[in-house]
Design a protein. Structure first.
Length: 124
C-alpha cells in the first residue's frame, strides 16, 4: 500500500494528523453481521476512540490501486493503549473464470483468505 501526499515524508504521523486512503465508509451496527457485496473486505478495528468501522468492499483488477482515508480524534498519547492499533486488510483471489459478482463462499470455503496487518505508528 502506498500513501500519497503524507507530510512528514518519513510517513510517521502525529496522533492529531490524518492521511488520505480514499475508501468510502458505510455505517453499520457493531456486533451485527454485515453482508459483503464485493470481492475485497477492508475494515479497521481497535481505534483509539474505541469505535469500530467497516468499509465498503471493492473489486480490484490486478493492476488497480486504492487510496484510503483514515483519521482519528486527537487523544493523549501515552495515556491510551496503542500497542495493538493496526489496519487489517483481508482479500481472496476469485476462482478462474468467475464473474465479477461477490460470492460469500469464497471467504467461507476452502479458498485462501489473505490478511495483511498494517501497524499504526504514532509520533509522540
Amino acid at each position: 500500500m502506498k500513501r500519497l501526499g503524507v507530510d512528514p515524508p518519513c510517513g510517521v504521523l502525529d496522533p492529531k494528523e490524518a492521511t488520505l486512503m480514499a475508501v468510502s465508509c458505510d455505517s453499520f451496527q457493531y456486533g451485527q453481521e454485515d453482508t459483503n457485496n464485493d470481492r475485497i473486505t477492508i475494515e479497521w478495528t481497535n481505534t483509539p476512540d474505541g469505535a469500530a468501522k467497516q468499509f465498503r468492499r471493492e473489486w480490484f483488477q490486478g493492476d488497480e490501486a486504492c487510496l484510503m482515508a483514515v483519521s482519528c480524534d486527537s487523544f493523549s498519547y501515552g495515556q491510551e493503549d496503542t500497542n495493538n492499533d493496526r489496519i487489517t486488510i483481508e482479500w481472496t483471489n476469485t476462482p478462474d473464470g468467475a464473474a465479477k459478482q461477490f460470492r460469500r463462499e469464497w471467504f467461507q470455503g476452502d479458498g485462501m483468505v489473505r490478511r495483511k496487518n498494517l501497524p499504526i505508528e504514532y509520533n509522540p
